[in-house]
Ligand binder design. Structure first.
Ligand code: ARG
Length: 457
């Protein structure tokens, strides 16, 4: 397909390679959302008399065909096409002629790509939120199962206070719940349609932006047309920031697991299916998955900062620099998606060694408990603290299960928050399901195909 802007000359080949780069490959991710947005735009054009009913029908049919082709991995975008927008218009013009040449009326590739990205990011965020919720739920189940299995609590990595596997796992459950909530909050920001903002300054046509927004299932229009274009990259960065927090938490969990599955610790172990070996040392059982979880976390973080550095000093309005925010968006979101999946798999495969965990609860772990028992009998804290500190050898081990049950019954570890967390996480997952159903309903209203998803992860 000739470029959409091509008139009477061809682009220098080096210039073409440089400007297109791998954007035509990345754009495969946006084909479905672009087609959905294009149907909404075509309906808007028909509504103001720019397309006839027959033209609209043929465009809707052509765009649905492209969605089906893309689902089968059979829609082609070539470097000469530049991007998915050109390939889609080319397909339509080839297939149905005149109507294909009309679909770009009143829009620019700038609001076109923005709308496709918005639909994509909106769906991705809720789907990631749901996955994060499911992972939090798995952590809570794990926490309940091992609620009273003792585990030394550590600070500075040194033995600190009696604790439990339940407390450790539930801590991550709460953290992932908060990460999910951040995505939920972001979904309101993402829920605004940029379609109709055109190149950055609107168009002199009576486009009904609210109508097209509703067709796509957006609650509202992104009102200011310049802001609609200026927010390119910014919303990507917000999504990636949410991903970054998830990845950061996953990395911390991975680090704990690397330590706790070390034979020297032996608190947990991973089945061989979740470990790799060495080409030279036959005894090795390496936690490569956990190590890569740690490094992927930095990859995600770098994607978030890459997007922000690209857009930081741009002037208002569309700039081609925006194109380069697509790669970190796709790389960072995919890496986060996979991170959540793999960490859930690790948790499911984790074996808990109660004997090792119990024997790790050495007498000094109870030093503070001994101090506080004495304080309850009347001593002042500071003198008792010093006394015990000077006679650590005399500290006797306590029953670890009793010490953690005692904290639970006193409510000082918040009974791990298991019941409340369970309810909140369940509500979050149900909330995601509802939102996703509303997106599906909007997609089905646009294209008569079942089970359409904009994000193919
Ligand atoms: N591939 C381009 C991008 O992602 C599409 C928009 C091109 N717009 C333009 N004015 N050159 O930004």
């Amino acid at each position: 397909m000739a470029k959409l802007w091509q008139k009477d000359y061809s682009l220098d080949s080096l210039m073409e390679e440089f400007t297109v780069s791998n954007d035509y490959i990345l754009d495969q991710e946006l084909v479905i959302s672009d087609c959905l947005a294009s149907i909404a735009h075509a309906r808007g054009l028909a509504d103001i008399g720019i397309l006839s009913e027959e033209e609209l029908d043929s465009l809707e049919q052509g765009l649905s065909e492209i969605i089906t082709l893309r689902q089968k991995g059979e829609f082609s975008i070539t470097p000469q096409d530049e991007d998915c927008h050109t390939a889609i218009e080319g397909y339509l013009t080839n297939k149905i002629g005149e109507a294909g040449k009309k679909i770009h009326t009143g829009r620019s590739r700038n609001d076109q790509v923005q709308t496709a990205l918005r639909i994509w990011m909106r769906e991705f965020s809720i789907r990631l939120c749901r996955e994060t919720g499911l992972f939090a739920q798995a952590l809570l189940d794990f926490a309940k199962k091992y609620e009273f299995v003792p585990m030394p609590g550590r600070t500075h990595m040194q033995i600190a206070m009696p604790s439990s596997v339940g407390l450790w796992a539930a801590a991550f459950a709460e953290e992932f719940y908060d990460e999910g909530q951040r995505l939920m909050q972001l979904s309101w920001t993402l829920d605004q349609s940029p379609l109709g903002s055109a190149a950055s300054y609107g168009v002199p046509l009576p486009l009904d932006r609210t109508y097209t927004a509703n067709q796509m299932g957006f609650t509202r229009v992104q009102n200011n047309v310049l802001y609609a274009n200026n927010s390119r990259g910014k919303f990507e960065a917000m999504v990636l920031d949410c991903c970054d927090y998830i990845a950061l938490t996953a990395s911390k969990l991975a680090q704990d697991l690397i330590l706790f599955t070390l034979p020297e610790f032996g608190y947990f172990s991973l089945p061989p299916q979740l470990c790799t070996g060495s080409s030279i040392m036959p005894q090795k059982k390496n936690p490569d998955g956990l190590e890569l979880a740690r490094s992927r976390s930095s990859v995600v973080s770098s994607c978030a900062s890459r997007v922000k550095s690209i857009i930081r000093s741009l002037p208002s309005g569309y700039n081609r620099d925006f194109q380069d925010t697509k790669e970190p968006l796709m790389q960072g979101t995919k890496a986060t998606w996979q991170l959540v999946q793999i960490m859930k798999r690790m948790l499911e495969g984790l074996e808990v060694h109660e004997d090792r965990l119990t024997s790790a609860c050495v007498p000094e772990l109870y030093a503070t408990d001994v101090v506080l028992q004495k304080v309850l009998k009347g001593g002042n804290f500071r003198d008792t603290y010093k006394d015990i500190g000077l006679h650590l050898k005399d500290v006797q081990a306590m029953d670890p299960v009793q010490t953690i049950q005692n904290r639970t019954s006193l409510g000082t570890t918040g009974n791990l928050g298991l019941e409340e967390d369970d309810l909140f996480v369940r509500l979050m997952i149900e909330g995601c399901d509802e939102v996703l159903e509303s997106y599906t309903a909007a997609y089905e209203n646009l294209c008569d195909l079942e089970g359409v998803q904009a994000v193919l992860y």
